[in-house]
Design a protein around this ligand. Structure first.
Ligand code: SF4
Length: 468
């Protein structure tokens, strides 16, 4: 089974400055998108420099390593493997040959017609070494380049055959190509940094590189960065349609990012206000599951008038539980990363606010913890409608059986996680909170209706139809 990722990418083109320190800062800002491995590739006078490693960005990239990454142009990647081996071989960027030139490519997302494209490549004499989307994308572009002799055109032509959600940075020579799937499922922004231009999965990365976000990379847009400027831009026609992933606002992006023009913090606060209207509770305290549910809890407290309290304290740095790759590790980490404030919860009726429930294992531990600290009642309010179907576009929610809301109603979920009640935000409430129209969003994991056909879901992500 091929690896699937929910990752972060960054690419810069500068004049008179080394790209590596910028990429390092950008990747650190995107660390929440993947903690398994990280990599940087830079190009200097046509020579590719490339380093990657397992672990966190600041652990991998020593000053010595950064000094070895020469050149004013480069790309970087943080990776979270959702399936497949968690080894260095799968870390990105990967190096590819574009005719006689070295290229490097990194991406965030998933291709859903993998098998079809693989067969198409094989029929033309291209054998994939591994089975990752990244290599397949690079080979598709290389194949098209053989016909067109122009990378930008080759990218557009390759993308026309790739179905899925993806945001890609591709380094060839002294150019960075940043591009996004035609529906804009996965996010990417463009901005300026001191001495040049950059693209990244989230606006916060541009800001942490000392720059600022100018605009989103449009769905289907191919942005060419060269010599510190935008050299060219073009688009794969998409009929004006979009399908931005709702989960970026709900959980995945940092609250200090702006995704597709909607500030993540504001969306989360509005989610809390909507929840307060839809599912108020009789309680003494509103308590967020830190960190990602804080804005929602503040919105809920403002909407209900119930006092807000930070009654669960998170350890300074422990990885986000959902993106740890192993279930047992996830469960153990809850104990390590959260602890209740003594006395604050004793004898209280608590409304616990969480951003979303995927598997429910983390929340079950937290509810137990809150009860253990003396709460007399725990009502849970969730800032995302029930996740009932898998994601095929880069977020690790692949198996319906792992989803606690699959085939269960709110009271069944409440009894599984040990809460007195559970209420989810409605889909209209979520859409209104995000501030875009439902038709502009991907809501596939909530509704089971996906923005593109997923022809090979049974082959790629499931052993058999029976298990589906
Ligand atoms: S299926 Fe869900 S998580 Fe996946 S892209 Fe769509 S909204 Fe996002």
């Amino acid at each position: 089974m091929p690896p699937r990722e929910a990752c972060g990418v960054v690419g810069v083109s500068l004049q008179g400055k080394g790209a590596a320190p910028y990429l390092f800062r950008g990747l650190r800002a995107l660390q929440h998108r993947g903690q398994e491995s990280a990599g940087i590739a830079t190009s200097s006078h046509g020579v590719m420099h490339h380093q990657k490693g397992m672990g966190l960005v600041h652990e991998i990239f020593t000053q010595e390593l950064l000094d070895s990454l020469r050149g004013t142009t480069g790309i970087g990647h943080v990776r979270y493997p959702t399936t497949g081996a968690t080894d260095l071989e799968n870390a990105q960027p990967i190096i590819v040959k574009i005719r006689d030139e070295d290229g490097a490519i990194a991406h965030n997302g998933d291709i859903v017609n993998f098998e079809r494209v693989r067969r198409h490549l094989q029929a033309r004499g291209v054998d994939l070494l591994g089975n990752a989307d990244t290599e397949m994308m690079a080979q598709s572009i290389a194949l098209e380049f053989g016909q067109t002799r122009d990378i930008e055109t080759a990218i557009r032509r390759a993308c026309a055959t790739l179905v899925g959600g993806y945001a890609v940075v591709f380094l060839v020579g002294n150019r960075v190509y940043g591009f996004r799937d035609p529906l804009g499922i996965r996010p990417m922004v463009f901005g300026t940094v001191d001495g040049g231009v950059a693209v990244a999965s989230e606006s916060v990365a541009l800001e942490m590189m000392g720059g600022k976000s100018i605009r989103d990379v449009e769905p289907g847009e191919v942005l060419v960065l060269e010599k510190g400027q935008v050299a060219h831009t073009s688009k794969i026609p998409n009929g004006g349609e979009t399908a931005h992933c709702m989960f970026e606002w709900v959980y995945f992006s940092r609250p200090d990012s702006v995704v597709d023009k909607q500030p993540v913090y504001d969306v989360r606060y509005r989610i809390g206000q909507h929840l307060a209207k839809e599912s108020p509770a009789e309680a003494d305290l509103v308590v967020p599951v830190p960190d990602s549910a804080r804005p929602q809890a503040l919105g809920f407290a403002a909407g209900t008038g119930i006092p807000y309290a930070e009654a669960l304290i998170k350890s300074r740095f422990v990885e986000r539980t959902f993106i740890l790759p192993d279930q047992r590790r996830r469960e153990m980490e809850v104990q390590v990363k959260l602890h209740p404030v003594p006395g604050l919860l004793k004898g209280k009726r608590v409304v616990l606010i969480d951003d979303s429930i995927v598997r429910g294992t983390t929340l079950r531990e937290i509810v137990q913890m809150v009860r253990g600290a003396g709460a007399v009642r725990v009502d849970v309010r969730v800032g995302c409608p029930p996740i009932r179907a898998p994601c095929y576009f880069g977020i690790d929610m692949k198996d319906r059986r792992q989803l606690v809301a699959h085939n269960r109603n709110e009271s069944e979920v409440a009894s599984i996680i040990g809460a007195d009640s559970v209420h989810y935000l409605s889909i209209p409430g979520l859409v209104e909170s995000i501030g875009l129209r439902a038709e502009e969003l991907c809501l596939g994991c909530l509704t089971g209706r996906y923005p593109v056909e997923v022809p090979e879901e049974r082959h790629r992500f499931q052993k058999s139809l029976v298990e589906y």
